[in-house]
Design a protein around this ligand. Sequence first.
Ligand SMILES: [Ca+2]
Ligand SMILES: [Ca+2]
Length: 362
Amino acid sequence: MQVDAGGTVAITSPISGAGGLTKTSPGNLRLTHASSSYTGATTVSAGQLTVDGLIASSSSVQVASGATLAGSGVVPAVSVAGNLTPRGLATGNLSLTSTSAMSVDLAADTNDRVDVAGTVQLSGPVLEPSLAHVPSVGDSFTIVDNDGSDAVSGTFADLPEGAYLIVDGARLQISYVGGSGNDIVLTAALAPTTTTVSSSVPSAVTGEPITFTATTTSEGTAVPGGTTRFLVDGDQAQAPTSVDAAGKATFTTDSLPIGETTVTAEYVGPTGFADSDESRIQSVGAAGTTTTLTVPAGPLVTGQPVSLSATVSPTSPGGGSPAGDVTFYDGDAQLGTGSVNSSGLATYVADSLSVGPQLHRQ
Ligand SMILES: [Ca+2]
Ligand SMILES: [Ca+2]
């Protein structure tokens, strides 16, 4: 049969006999009768053959590179080197070669699909899905319904099991073990994200500023937005802030307690992206301190009460307000203690000091 480019010829009568059918030229030949009985081979060498009827008695259908098989009818075993545009086509064994492409419209109600009675052989064909609506996460589309329990052999080009593909802005994940376990199913999915947390000072001391940086990626690249919040030992320490172009958010604190503290970054992705989080243990040790003793200017008179003061300050990189007690000595004799106040000052009033020995602090 020849159909000129741009034209469509429909055969509504049954085709019978022992001969075959070869479709040439660029136009579209449409077979609609439900009881054709010819037994020869069907060859689509150019243009498009649309089978909306039944030609299952044909020995096979061969679709040449550049030619197209389409329709919603019933065909025998099909080997496609060109294009397959099924609209619910039922086939025998289905083979798609590396030069072929399968186009499916993933409509919300009834998506394009092939129902295969036999084997499914994919030698790296290109999958060309289209989507006219926004699917909800979890919505699935069976594009090849494989009968029996035989596994699909091979995959579409660049789409191994579990791969993601973006279809008209929606993210779909492909499985060749979907449906009853041997069907090809596309499922609307969230992009996975991974969040990691680093510390500017993995082993800090009290009062030392520590900056935590959360970095969120999706399949190896920065996420396109979203927010990250930080928690310290499970309590929010910083409200959600937008991540930057590198997917990063930071949280700086100098008030973690001595010991080990759990710092968590929680990422909430934009539409289409999954959430993720990570926790890390931050170690904080005691900061070093410097103590300066102040005594009244002399000379002191024996027996006169003496007000002693000591100023305690953290040494860098520590910070904040030291707490605790300062013990004052007269020589080796302990005089008493004073508590360090919020200004780092401890005082003690001695009734008297001995003559001669140096005043010192331990
Ligand atoms: Ca199945
Ligand atoms: Ca099967």
